[in-house]
Design a protein around this ligand. Structure first.
Ligand SMILES: C[C@](O)(CO)[C@H](O)COP(=O)(O)O
Length: 216
């Protein structure tokens, strides 16, 4: 069974301090979002790509993504990443893919190899997230700015996207979170809370997320 992908492009990019959506900025002869979507444009592996958008960006996103080799569906995002992903999952109900990969449009350095590795692991175990070891010492800090805990570096990792899950499993996790009004940092947190531990695979240090101006 072929998979589906949800690419989250509805963010406001407030930390970038620019008026344009960062995913529409120029990148490698195209735009950031094109580079983030292209590794999924393999019709043998993916049956559909969902792009979640903010209304102001819809026309431009449609224009830059018009030649993708897999059917692309545009779904208006919500006010949070979690809400946007849930809307994307709902939009896949009739396609009912076996596995869905959820990716940030702001990660343009993604490779086809990492997509294939996430897909393979999610098909095997139901969940998959690429992680890279932390390069800095990680601290838990309280609201007064004081360090509460020093985390063991060998046990701290940065979670990347794409994050892959069984479609029915992650949809169920989102529905349960909605009922409990639980908000998560990403989909692995939802999976962990409602389905069980998430399988990690080695990430790619080049697969960075554009968050601040200097990241580009
Ligand atoms: C999902 C994510 O990329 C994992 O590292 C990250 O949480 C997304 O963060 P954003 O601030 O919502 O872009």
């Amino acid at each position: 069974m072929r998979a589906a992908a949800i690419i989250t492009a509805a963010g406001s990019g407030s930390r970038m301090e620019i008026s344009t959506n960062k995913v529409l900025l120029p990148f490698g002869g195209g735009t950031v979002v094109e580079a983030a979507v292209l590794p999924f444009a393999n019709p043998d592996k993916f049956q559909k790509i969902i792009i979640t958008y903010s209304p102001a960006d819809k026309a431009r996103l449609q224009e830059v993504l018009k030649d993708i080799a897999v059917p692309v569906q545009f779904v208006e995002g919500g006010s949070t990443r979690q809400e946007s992903v849930y809307k994307g999952l709902e939009a896949l109900a009739t396609d009912n893919p076996g596995v869905v990969l959820i990716h940030d449009a702001a990660r343009p350095w993604l490779t086809e190899e990492l997509v294939a590795a996430v897909l393979e692991q999610a098909e095997k175990t139901g969940s998959s997230v690429p992680v890279v070891p932390s390069i800095n010492a990680m601290k838990v800090v309280d609201e007064k700015g004081l360090i509460l805990h020093h985390l063991k570096r060998e046990q701290t990792f940065s979670a990347q996207t794409p994050q892959g899950f069984s479609y029915t499993g992650i949809l169920e996790a989102h529905i349960k979170a909605g009922k409990e009004n639980f908000s998560a940092i990403d989909d692995t947190e939802l999976w962990d809370r409602y389905k069980g531990p998430v399988s990690t695979i080695p990430g790619d240090t080049a697969n960075k997320k554009i968050t601040y101006k200097g990241d580009l």
